[in-house]
Design a protein around this ligand. Structure first.
Ligand code: URP
Ligand code: ZN
Ligand code: ZN
Length: 456
């Protein structure tokens, strides 16, 4: 039997902060002892002076994603390892079938790729078209434990769907008691603006942002929420960036609708001047939706504080500079996405908890407990309870680090947080009762991650 005891830490859950020791046996938490515990023949982890959280869950990542003529640079091994080094012990990736591909075929391709993962993982299934068999295919996904569906209102002509398809997907998801994640941007308006800029020869990265203004996101968020309400579906709006979309979500929630929202560190911490960097460096920030002008971030922070937004994910989707150069002469060809899975917790701690904007309990809720609850993983993940998986983070609140592409574990040569100084990071990360990261050194096993079948 493998036994590990975390001694002397202060436990932080989504609801409480209290000192206790934790005993892990055979991969699960078997005792939580505020008065300390005597554990014989157990490996000891010193958690004194540190906080102990349930391992974080990143519900929005794209490992090895074929996208815009290339493939995102982290695979399931490198991406999950980077996550573990940052305190993320479970990821939820998106299976994205090509427009005419059957979901089942795409799911088996993703299951194969994900066998390399070093930490546990699960999937959302994207609905990229609609035909006579799609609703049965959604049922089959739910039977396999893939209980959430993703739709893209942007990326028209590729993986994006129209409103008729969106209505069908939402109606079916409602019948299956499944949640629908929505990339909310007005696809046609973006294409029109992109074409106009193209005709005018305005092709630098700055025009990526200008072709996707906040109104485009706000309108699509409102429309998605309206369709969810009228079809009875539960909606989760991914990567929210701006005042317009937060207001749409706040209105829906205030009216009693069951709807959730996620934002990401880049939208909380960067502003759109990044697109004016010289030498095509602005391409590193080309993602959708884009980074917004200063001012939107304060709405996002307030929405995290007040509970209008429930989750901070990353939308981890890294590309190298060479990949970004596919769009050197036309922003429309720059692969959309950036890395973040390793940095999420440190950034949110530094800029949220240390500044007093967020309570520690809120922090744990935003990065771990709430995604576990929303996506059917709780209490196995996202909780410090007897019987839960022993995925634990021993968090040193003062650990200093300067984020840089030279030292990060993401497989890309750019960091959108280059030079950011953070304070707070994992001292030790325990995965399934085993120390997988300690004092800057990873000790992970390719293929040790398990697929997590989820409930609706
Ligand atoms: O630019 C982004 N966000 N790339 C990843 C795909 C998506 O839209 O989430
Ligand atoms: Zn998206
Ligand atoms: Zn994404």
């Amino acid at each position: 039997m493998s036994r590990l005891v975390l001694r002397g830490g202060t436990l932080v859950t989504a609801g409480e902060v209290f000192p206790a020791d934790i005993l892990c046996e055979n991969g699960a938490i078997t005792a939580i002892a505020p008065a300390g515990l005597a554990a014989e023949r157990a490996k000891e982890v010193d958690a004194s002076g540190a906080f102990v959280f349930p391992g974080a869950i990143d519900p929005h990542v794209h490992m090895e994603l074929p996208f815009m003529g290339t493939v995102s640079a982290d695979d399931f091994e490198t991406g999950t390892a980077a996550g573990v080094a940052g305190g993320t012990t479970t990821i939820i990736d998106f299976v994205i079938p090509a427009r005419n591909e059957a979901p089942a075929a795409a799911l088996s391709a993703w299951r194969e790729k994900a066998k390399k993962a070093v930490s546990d993982y699960t999937f959302h299934m994207s609905i990229t078209g609609w035909n006579d068999t799609t609703s049965q295919e959604m049922e089959a996904c739910v039977r396999e434990g893939v209980t959430s569906f993703k739709v893209f209102m942007a990326y028209r002509g590729a993986i994006g769907i129209d409103d008729t398809e969106l209505i069908q997907a939402m109606r079916t998801a409602a019948r299956l008691n499944s949640i629908v994640l929505v990339h909310a941007e007005h696809g046609e308006m973006i294409v029109e603006l992109q074409n106009r800029f193209g005709q005018e020869g305005k092709l630098s990265p700055r025009y990526h942002a200008l072709s996707r203004p906040p109104e485009v996101e706000g309108e699509a968020t409102g429309r998605a929420l309206m369709i969810a309400r009228l079809t009875g579906a539960t909606a989760y709006i991914v990567h929210m960036t701006c005042r317009e979309s937060v207001e749409a979500l706040a209105r829906a929630r205030a009216a009693g609708q069951k709807a959730y929202g996620e934002t990401c560190p880049q939208y909380l911490l960067l502003d759109d001047t990044v697109y004016d960097k010289p030498d095509f460096e602005g391409s590193a920030y080309v993602m959708s939706p884009p980074i917004r002008p200063l001012g939107h971030e304060s709405t996002l922070w307030a929405a995290l504080r007040s509970g209008v937004l429930q989750v901070v994910g990353t939308d981890h989707c890294p590309f190298t500079h060479a990949q970004k150069q596919m769009g050197q002469s036309d922003f429309r060809k720059i692969p959309n996405g950036a890395a973040g899975v390793e940095d999420r917790l440190s950034l949110l701690w530094t800029h949220g908890v240390s500044t007093g904007l967020l309570e520690m309990t809120q922090f744990v809720d935003l990065v771990s407990t709430r995604p576990a609850k929303i996506f059917g993983l709780y209490p196995r993940k996202g909780s410090l309870t007897v019987g839960a998986d022993a995925d634990l983070v021993v968090w040193d609140p003062n650990r200093p680090r300067t984020i840089s592409a030279k030292t990060h574990r993401h497989r890309t040569d750019r960091s959108i947080f280059e030079g950011f100084k953070v304070r707070g990071g994992p001292r030790t990360v325990v995965l399934g009762g085993r120390v997988a990261f300690h004092e800057g050194t990873l000790d992970v096993e390719r293929g040790a991650g398990r697929f997590l079948a989820r409930r609706t």
